[in-house]
Design a protein around this ligand. Sequence first.
Ligand code: FES
Length: 263
Amino acid sequence: MESSVAVRGRGFGKTLRRDAWWMPPLSVAVGLSLFGAYATWAIMFGNTNNVYFADPYLSPFYSPCITASCPEKIRFFGVGWWPFSPAILMMGIILGFRGTCYYYRKAYYRAFFADPPACAVGEFRGDRYKGETSFPWILQNLHRYFMYLSIVVILFLAYDTGHGFFFEDGLGVGVGSIILLINWLLLTGYLFGCHSLRHIIGGNVDCYSCTLGGKARHGLWKRATWFNKRHQLFAWTSLIFVCFTDLYIRLVAMGTFTDLRIL
Ligand code: FES
């Protein structure tokens, strides 16, 4: 069997593979482009009349809502000097986190840069590949710091998800409450499967029984490993569902339909 080096040497896109190897990168390119288009619209232009909030539901794109233009009920801090969409500040963290994610890196390097297009398929740049050792790709090493910030964001999101169960007349459950809860669980599953987080929890430990709190750490590491093995699944389900959640709240806020109160 010919080595992948020999196959790469034949030129861009050349391969011995006979399967539809181009399908995954094509699907990723379509999926990420659709997400990018929707998120850009929702964040930059979709905040007229605060339609990201349908009491008690706040769109996850806007959580935490931190600018002075946010409805008082859900406003954190109230940054008065920020003239743009309240979502932009937080989305910088989220996009930084997803953009530097180990899974997404593999996915979009293949989908958008064909670098390489797939396993054992000829690369565009041939032997000049330098990995992530020079600018701008060396910035991917910031992933760990975006992960720290994302933990803070997920805690705010937990608060706003809880807020989705408190109606004008007290505690209750609406379809929107359930949607917000599923959204939070998926996003937390994505975060908990992060390679950097798993490493910090226990990946850097050589001997659990010799470490303080080693048993608890090992248990946590095993759970993180379960999520880590499904990181791609959580990456996509959480990405799609967060858009669905935003759209649902937006349509309720615009009066397109009424949220169904279950309890
Ligand atoms: S590796 Fe994917 S979020 Fe950290």
